[in-house]
Ligand binder design. Sequence first.
Ligand code: ZN
Length: 744
Amino acid sequence: MRQHMAAKDRGAEQGDVDGPLECSLTLGGVAAESRRLVHDAQRRGEVPWATPGDEAAAEANREFDGRAEQAAAWRALEPSSRRESDSAGAIVPDPLHEVQLHGGLLDEWYLDDGDILCDPRLVVPYLQAFDRVNPQVGGERNIPKTEVVYYADVAAMGQHSSMWRLDEVRQLATVVMASEPGITLGVATGTAEAVGSQVRKKVQVVRAMQERIAITEDAQTEHVLNRDCLGVGRVNHLLRVHGDKLLRTGGSLDAFDAAAAAEMDRLFPGLTPEGRAQAALGTPFGGLGWRRATDTARPANLGALVAVGPQVRSIAAAASHAGLLSPGQLEALLEAKTRRIEQAYLAELDEVDRVRAEEFLRKARAAAEESWAQQSRGAPGSGVNSAPVAEALYVGDGEDVPTSDARASAAEASEDEAQGAPRRRMSAPHAQKELARLLDCTRLRALEAALRQQCNWPQLEALKDYRHKAVSNRWLWHLDARRGSVLAPCDYIANVQLRLGATILQSEAACRLCGEQLDLQAVHSECCDTAGATRGHYAVVRAMLEGFRLADPSVCTEPRGLTSTQSRPADIFTLAAVPGRRAALDVCVASPNAATAAGDAAEAAFKRKLRRYRREVRELAAAGISYRPLVWTANGRPHPAVTRTMKYAAEVAANRSEDHVDGTSLLRRWRHEVQVAILRRRAAMLRAVLPRPGARTDWLRTGIVQGRPDVHRRACPLSDEDDEAEPQHAEREAGAAPGEEMWF
Ligand SMILES: [Zn+2]
């Protein structure tokens, strides 16, 4: 054995790509040799086997001798012939890595971190053997960090103190009992209080970090950092282990969610309970993906148990082979725990989602078994693309087709990092994600029921738009302005508020443009500011034009002379919208809440356009030109004609390009740009109707005084001539609310 071990002078540090692998291989050799030394002493009768009785000892001796022979045969082989003969050709490992029958030793390693389950009588022999072998590879065992955890109570410790050689163990390691709180791989174990207090500590860390990131003074950056770095990801590894327990004991997870809610309220004022519930949903369901720990606890816990069940069972089987557990003992506990959490999770779901969840869990269990079987065989590419997916398509009340596609949006989210089909591996995160999606469906249904009860039709309608699969949500998390437009902070905040149906006005106010009483969510803004609507319309036209130009360099706007009438029904004239024909495209952003919008706002506007221009449409058709309205709702949901047109143009552009542009990702970028234009329009229209701050507030905010310097103003009081000279200024004063303090 010794000649196969090479000294290593580096550990498993991050950043050294080969370090972890070399470290694992080296320590694998150390572990096998340490165990062999202990079993060798057991074979000679100096140390007891874990299972009492002569029969067990004879079995153990036989296996030990057999293994020694196999190991010698293995060693005699050329390394190149130590492979299985089947097509996978997996490497045959040294038989010394196998677990010894009744050996009382089972070690599981993660890089340089090992967990050794062993008979308490073997602690000293094992540590001594390890310390003899480890220096041969240049290894040094950290004595205080070596924890010997006894699954025994104080009485048993006292009773067996001499048999377990506890005094010697204390010289070699730190001794603790399993009932004492401890940390294993970053997760607290022991009492429920210890587990809860670890979450509370995380809450403090998150709060402190939230204060720090506020110095970016940019709502979008803070939002993305909060969601991705200070969100539920901070405690997800704890939830995987203790999710259900934490949920049942209560308190700590609520504190975590309260910290997140406080931050959300600071960034986006005026959120209602429904708005916060919406924010907690994934973006394909109309939310922000700002997940709550209480919502995540069970999917995380259950996902982990299902995904790693086969691994735990294989450890348990090995432990019972080693004589450490009775067969099936741990398996029964694991199964009972998994079933209990599964029942609790399923009980939260609506009937339709429960059926899907049961189906998914059944497939996930099978996939986890298969994936583990492949991995432990060492089959190449094992486990990839074998993970089942849950059928998490949401069909709203009174709808007949699913209106959200979680997977398309996930592809959109990862577009910045990776291209191509996502690799799905059956893992705890994958199972958790799928289970969370199903829970989202149930939560969304409950949210919609609550909105319906409040008769909040605008928000219900908006939710339907947001979760439409053709809506681009990238603006929510996209921060790099070099790679696509980023909204200005004020537009971003306004749009998130509008998305979540926040109370934008805290008190009654009149529309600045028409004087009508504003509703608190300022839905009125979608119909009132016609000038802003026109400006926004041209911004959308420009964004569309950018994309069409890639497909058709001759594309032009506001084409004249297409028809005999004075009207110009089209904004864009291009060859790249309809296969084989020229097309006149008419861009329109329709308010779902306008009086003319009945039912589907986009469809209504589409039909309205066709009706209004029916004469022109006929003339255009005679000239071989298609007329096509391109309609979006104010929430950014495109009419199917838009989706079709953009898809076709993106394909043409991809085919025309010299450098093999991917049409799908081009389309995604283009849709994002159009979405940003629509959202900028929306934010500007909102600002237009809100009460304008007086001149004094303007000065307080910016330090700039509009108009001429005060000195001049003093010398020359206002007159009609001043109004003519400075129309902008006149408008400003005219806009001031009655009774508002005049600054000049
Ligand atoms: Zn108005």
